[in-house]
Design a protein around this ligand. Structure first.
Ligand code: COA
Length: 356
């Protein structure tokens, strides 16, 4: 049996930046607080829709794999911020990238969504039922942020990352994984009133709501414990890990997870200072940037760990293949915009009012 492997990767970050200084003018916060409590300095605000971000990241991943869109059998978009409920963001992406033969589905496991999608793709390819799967994590989270709520609005950002999974003759790929959920803790991180339960009280627009310190504690526990279990399942120890690519929620969460595992700081991929928490997009963006920076070598053993609303968590051990450079490069890009991050928030400010 040939192992399903990641053969292509890509990302899409919208150009408009929202800095901590911009947030100081919107809510009662400070660059000093955000930097020290989260490590985040800026985040991107998208002028395009989730499916546009996803399609650009997807095209880069297809080029890196040297594939044409028509060779894809399945498009999975992990997102909790689709353009519409129907059709799926994946259906829109299928059309935008021209994956004319592909089935398409959205997968919502919040910030753990990309790893859930990677596992689904791996298992589909492993059984032979699908040959080539495009897995994308994409979010336009700012749409659901109340910028008068300093507890949530400083944390999140927009973006997309993608990979192609296909059979390979190489040894490696996904060596072990764990997917978990605790639905009894659904309310500690949610977008209430965003579905059939109807609008939230006082006719507020659905927005991200979170019990930050509880989420923090559960994140460190779940990612640390799941990581230890997947390492054991793969017959490896922490010393065998070349790079941890965790969900980019908060630098303190990432550091506490690494400490709990006993992993060296130098073996952790962190890029959240530039993008904040991009939910399902954070791991594939971090993976693409780790490859660009030469931090993933041939045969590298990667540890992925994620945590998000649900509560969901996921961890996986992945052995990279021989190729660490893209086969081709795509020119795909979002349509240009001259609007600033602050300009793009105007609809949110109209709905929620201006705090601070
Ligand atoms: C949200 C989070 C950064 C808050 O950090 P924290 O150290 O736990 O801070 P607390 O919530 O205990 O708040 C400490 C103080 O800072 C204040 N504060 C909270 N957000 C603030 C902000 N953006 N700016 C300034 N002050 C802020 C609080 O009101 C509180 O003030 P008080 O002591 O006067 O009551 C942290 O809990 C966290 O990262 N949680 C996980 C969030 C997450 O990753 N969610 C997504 C998971 S996928």
């Amino acid at each position: 049996m040939t192992a399903p492997m990641i053969t292509g990767w890509g990302k899409c970050l919208p150009p408009a930046v929202l800095s901590n200084a911009d947030l100081e003018r919107l809510t009662d916060t400070s660059d000093a607080w955000i930097s020290t409590r989260t490590g985040i300095k800026g985040r991107r605000i998208s002028h395009a829709e989730t499916s546009d971000l996803a399609a650009v990241a997807g095209r880069h991943a297809l080029a890196a794999a040297g594939l044409s869109p028509a060779e894809i059998d399945l498009v999975i978009v992990a997102t909790c911020t689709p353009d519409r409920l129907v059709p799926s963001a994946a259906a829109l992406v299928q059309a935008k990238v021209g994956a004319v033969r592909a089935a398409a589905l959205d997968l919502n496991a919040a910030c753990s969504g990309f790893l859930y999608g990677l596992v689904v793709a791996d298992q589909m390819v492993r059984t032979g039922s699908m040959r080539r799967v495009l897995v994308i994590g994409a979010e336009k989270l700012h749409f659901f942020l109340d910028f008068t709520d300093r507890a949530t609005s400083v944390l999140f950002g927009d973006g997309a990352g993608a990979v192609v999974v296909e059979p390979s003759e190489e040894e490696g790929g996904l060596l072990s994984f764990e997917l978990g959920t605790d639905g009894t803790a659904a309310d500690i991180l949610c977008i209430a009133g965003s579905g059939t339960e109807g609008a939230p009280a006082a006719e507020r627009r659905p927005r991200v709501e979170m019990e930050g310190p509880t989420v923090f504690r559960r994140a460190v526990e779940a990612m640390g414990e799941a990581s230890a279990r997947v390492l054991e399942k793969a017959g490896l120890t922490v010393a065998d890990v070349d790079l941890l690519i965790p969900h980019q929620a908060n630098r303190r969460i990432v550091e506490a997870t690494a400490r709990r595992l006993g992993l060296d700081e130098g073996k952790v991929m962190v890029n959240l200072e530039a993008y904040g928490n991009t939910s399902a997009a954070s791991i594939p963006i971090a993976l693409a940037e780790a490859l660009e920076a030469g931090r993933v070598g041939a045969g590298a053993r990667l540890l992925f760990a994620a945590f998000g609303g649900g509560l969901t968590w996921a961890a996986a051990v992945y052995r990279w293949g021989a190729r660490v450079a893209p086969l081709e490069v795509s020119e795909a890009a979002l349509p240009p915009t001259s609007r600033s991050g602050r300009d793009l928030l105007e609809p949110n400010v109209v709905f929620y009012g201006k705090g601070g």
